[in-house]
Design a protein around this ligand. Structure first.
Ligand code: SAH
Length: 257
């Protein structure tokens, strides 16, 4: 018996991995985070599988399902949104699984921040502009560890991706504008990859107003950084004509070159 902790991807049923979809089809118990994972993502589940939504459950309720499955020697597909390694509350479940001697395996997924960049049609790392992505959140009910306050992270002026912060746009702007500059581009992607997907683009000066007008209050990623609008970034070395590497060695020289 094993628990498969599966990244469901950002919502589009075609963005789950083949392995994730296969395991969902093979597990007699499918437990998914219904608050974020659309049921269509579970369309490979067997007709007789027990499909349960964990949205209304406590950690103990979830562990009870694992224990019951252990007793019956049934595999469980534990399906989480995006990638399980990012704000998934998966670590506490895995700790319980270890305590109970239940084997588990993680199957990665497409994080919603990658789907948001895709929706925007952007690369988040550009040569000489930003080579770092800070993935973080605004402080909410979960306090931020010392040294990870937004103002501390802003110092780097790297591309910044904020999860779980869509109701706190005002605070995000207040913390970032003094460092990134009011003219720094910002994008909000609501329900990336889903039919309801919406995009709001602006700057730190006007994003709050645009966000309020849009009335978006959930399931969104905020991306801040000059990479969003820059057109004058340097070309990468990877495809530079004068740069050679293992996969594109220098052409053999002719004798009189
Ligand atoms: N593990 C997930 C994140 C779970 S935390 C991942 O890798 O994507 C939940 C937060 O993820 C939401 O508050 C929102 O910030 C973001 N989120 C999840 N799905 C999203 C989607 N389709 N579009 C935009 N943001 C999304």
């Amino acid at each position: 018996m094993k628990v498969y902790i599966i990244g469901a991807g950002p919502g589009d049923p075609e963005l789950i991995t083949k392995k994730g979809a296969r395991l969902i089809s093979e597990c007699p118990i499918v437990l998914y985070t219904g608050s974020l994972v659309p049921v269509e993502v579970l369309n490979t589940a067997a007709p007789d599988a027990k499909v349960l939504d964990s949205a209304g459950m406590t950690l103990d309720d979830i562990v009870d399902i694992f224990l019951e499955a252990q007793k019956n020697d049934q595999d469980v597909a534990r399906v989480h949104t995006g990638d399980p390694a990012i704000y998934g509350s998966t670590a506490e479940q895995m700790r319980r699984l270890r305590e109970h001697g239940i084997e588990y395996e993680i199957v990665p997924g497409v994080s919603s921040f990658a789907a948001s960049a895709a929706a925007l049609g952007k690369e988040l790392t550009l040569p000489e502009l930003s080579q770092t992505i800070i993935v973080t959140r605004m402080e909410g009910r979960t306090p931020m560890p010392e040294g990870e306050k937004l103002a501390d992270l802003a110092r780097h002026q790297s591309t910044m991706v904020l999860f779980l912060s869509i109701t706190l746009v005002k605070q995000v702007v207040r913390e970032l504008a003094p460092v990134y500059g009011e003219d720094c581009p910002v994008a909000i992607v609501y329900k990336a990859s889903m039919p309801e997907q919406r995009i709001i683009e602006g700057t730190l000066a006007d994003i709050e107003e645009k966000w309020k007008a849009a009335g978006i209050k959930s399931q969104s990623i905020i991306i801040v950084g000059r990479v969003l609008t820059s057109e004058d970034f340097a070309d990468s070395r990877l495809y530079a004509a004068d740069f050679h590497h293992k996969f594109r060695p220098a052409a053999p020289r002719t004798p009189n070159q």
